[in-house]
Design a protein around this ligand. Structure first.
Ligand code: BG6
Length: 495
């Protein structure tokens, strides 16, 4: 039974709140998962009243509400309240505290969700603490922040220091929505609920690991955010690094949040540091130029609205990492992400080594492909293993076939859970296992910081790739051997 609470959303009129937070809370309500007395207090600077705000949110949720019974939307809207306040004004926080304390129907537990630009996190945490809203005497207080947690290692450490001055680590929930994705959670289960793979899950049998997230979309209306972030900070520093940690971690002693996070931290700590003079051998960046997506011509990054004419911000980043521990020593992990790529999708592809004896060398099937294990994150949620089988008939011929453990059909899933739904429930429950701990964030920054520093100095030139392609072929130079190639899809022969 979950505690009731007031779920306070700062920046409630913004994009994240409109597209993710409020729809996820609505879906949870429809599924009967929210505690009965839970109230959502939306904070914003605009002149809404609770009534007009409910009407506005009602419009946003109308399409989803049409799919469920007619009582669901009014029932959800009745949970919403609006609080007009300015985060730059200390008086707003005084008023907020008074509202929280004096409104009879508000439960005493409070979640503060900062759906705000990261530069505001420290200041808001400070202001909440200044009016005592970090104190847990009357009920629990939890503060949720979204990635990016800082701009670089130094900035992340300063943010962390600031947050932990005002809130205790047990009150802090650092969200990386990838940890709420079904198949990302399935990686953990697949590895530790099945013994079959464990003997193979190491440097003796695995040739290399690839983690890919690509998008056919461009930067859309996020120019100011993206220009200051770039692909490395936006996707690799947290989302892809978390996926790497889940693939590479040791089994935790139990399912406690701290035990899981301890194991992930050990992996991040074991990543071989990349000295600045080796950045070019280990990482590659590029930017999309004009091209075609779905038959339509699309502009290059420099032609997008509000992007400076000479920007060298990367929209594509790829890197090669090594994890220096017993399990993974010398197995390359290739990470890659890009906007305006040929297709939208995320997957983890693990290629195994050749069998130790090339038994079929003298036969027509001398060139047998290696086994792959493919973990589809999106749009396909699946786990597939590629194995070789003999073609029926005369002579020795083989073909590759896929053993499929999909949780969904190619047409989609029966139940589509948004990553935020499970994560929002976790914060209400006080479960940190899918949230990042302070040291986890710092160690992930340590990995990418040398690339950020080197790239920040190289402002004269950036390689480009046409929109709608798989990125620049030059990124292939990261591969250790010629027989390695980017696995672009989950289909057979997806290299
Ligand atoms: C966000 C990034 O964290 O993740 C976006 O800021 C990116 O740039 C998005 O598009 C991808 O998330 P998803 O869930 O669509 O794969």
């Amino acid at each position: 039974m979950l505690d009731s609470c007031v779920f306070v959303i700062f920046g409630s009129t913004g994009h994240l709140s409109r597209t993710k937070l409020l729809p996820s809370l609505f879906n949870l309500d429809v599924a009967g998962q929210l505690p009965k007395g839970l109230v959502i207090l939306c904070v914003g600077r605009k002149d809404w009243t609770t009534d007009s705000w409910r009407k506005e949110v009602g419009k946003w949720l109308e399409p989803a509400a049409k799919l469920v019974d007619s009582q669901s939307l009014p029932q959800f809207l009745a949970r919403l309240h609006y609080f007009k306040g300015d985060i730059a004004e200390p008086a707003s926080f005084e008023q907020l505290r008074n509202t929280l304390e004096t409104t009879a129907e508000f439960p005493s537990n409070q979640v503060f969700y900062l759906s705000l630009p990261p530069a505001e996190y420290k200041g808001v945490a400070r202001s909440l603490a200044a009016v005592g809203l970090n104190q847990e005497s009357g009920g629990w207080r939890r503060l949720v922040i979204e990635k990016p947690f800082g701009y670089d290692l130094e900035d992340a450490e300063s943010l962390d220091h600031g947050l932990r001055r005002d809130f205790d680590e047990h009150q802090l929930f650092r969200i990386d929505h990838y940890l709420g994705k079904e198949t990302v959670q399935n990686v953990f289960l697949f590895r530790f609920a099945n013994i079959m793979l464990e003997p193979l899950w190491n440097r003796n049998f695995i040739d290399h690991v690839q983690i890919t997230h690509c998008e056919s979309a461009g930067i859309e209306d996020r120019a100011s955010f993206y220009e200051g972030a770039g692909a490395l900070r936006d996707m690799i520093q947290s989302h892809l690094m978390q996926m790497l940690a889940l693939v590479a971690m040791e089994p935790p002693p139990n399912l406690d949040a701290e035990s899981i996070r301890d194991e992930k931290v050990k992996v991040l700590k074991s990543i071989r540091p990349i000295p600045k003079n080796a950045v070019h051998a280990h990482a590659f960046r590029a930017q999309y130029g004009r091209g075609h997506i779905g038959g339509q011509s699309v502009p290059g990054y420099l032609e997008e609205a509000d992007i400076p004419a000479h920007s060298t911000t990367e929209t594509y980043a790829a890197m090669k990492l090594y994890i220096d521990n017993w399990r993974w020593r010398n197995v390359p992990f290739y990470l890659r992400t890009g906007k305006r790529m040929a297709r939208h999708g995320s997957h983890i592809a693990i290629r195994f080594k050749h069998p130790p004896q090339q038994l079929f060398r003298e036969t027509p099937i001398h060139d047998i492909p290696q086994n792959w294990l493919l973990l589809g994150i999106q749009p396909e949620q699946c786990i597939r293993a590629e194995v070789q089988i003999r073609e029926p008939g005369i002579g020795m011929r083989t073909r590759t076939t896929q053993l499929d453990a999909s949780t969904c059909t190619p047409e989609g899933c029966d139940y589509k859970l948004d990553a935020y739904e499970t994560l929002l429930l976790d914060v209400i429950e006080g479960d940190h296992s899918q949230y990042l701990r302070s040291d986890e964030v710092t160690w992930a920054w340590r990995v990418v910081d040398p690339m950020l520093k080197v790239w920040a100095m190289e402002r004269d030139f950036i390689q480009t790739y046409p929109a709608g392609t798989w990125g620049p072929v030059e990124a292939n130079r990261l591969f250790e051997r010629e027989d390695q190639c980017w696995r672009n899809s989950m289909a057979l022969d997806g290299c």
